[in-house]
Design a protein around this ligand. Sequence first.
Ligand code: GSH
Length: 258
Amino acid sequence: MLELYHFHGATCGLKSRLVLAEKGLEYVDHAVERGYLRSPEYRKINPNAVVPTLVHDGAYIYESSVILNYIDDAFDGPNLKPGNPLGVARTWWWMKRADECLPMIGTLTYTVSMRPKLLALSPEELEQHIEGIPVAATRARRRRIIEDGFQSADFPQALEGLQKMLSDMESALNKSEWLAADQYTLADISMTPLVERLHELQCGEMLDNTPGVADWWDRIKSRASYEECLGATPNPETEQHRAGGEKAWPDIKKILAA
Ligand SMILES: N[C@@H](CCC(=O)N[C@@H](CS)C(=O)NCC(=O)O)C(=O)O
């Protein structure tokens, strides 16, 4: 039996759902609430209190890039890695890149959209939220973002990193039809939720200087897997992301232009 724990609105959860959709696999969909991740019950499933968690015949598999690769190797369906070592290396390079960019998109999301909600908590609840994050680096970053918001050093660094991500994608897409090769691969799946989140946060204009990425994005959105994962179950935080993003975009634009 194949099971996936995720929550709607989690970028890494979306990655896993996209690969399951592309492979055409049936699975038990444990779409949990974000708050459930901190429960003792879920921490027995995933000690880091994050999604995704894949469970295959009782074996627990963590880390979205590992999950993507496992699903591609373990099941029939279209191959989502090229059939040659160089293509596989390029695919892995993008999966690693997506992992590196996750804290950047997290910084953007929390600063622009999640922070106002967290600041409305009582000081005790806020402290509990921060101290309940099991991974020290994530906990320290979350504290800086909540305390300093747009003024935190993390914010411009995240924007610079995301701009570099788009320019790297542009260079790759000038060489091949898809990111790692002339076929759609796990590389494209890995980058999809990051670009989706830029759009959710009203930062779609960041793609104005990368026409190849804009064209790739149109092709991604027209895939059945995109509709299957986001059409029926849109991110419940979409409206909050939109409102925060609209407000923040003029400042973001200035930082990007500096
Ligand atoms: N490196 C991990 C990161 C997992 C992660 O940080 N997941 C986020 C969602 S994308 C999460 O569960 N966050 C918990 C929260 O927001 O409370 C992976 O790629 O699986």
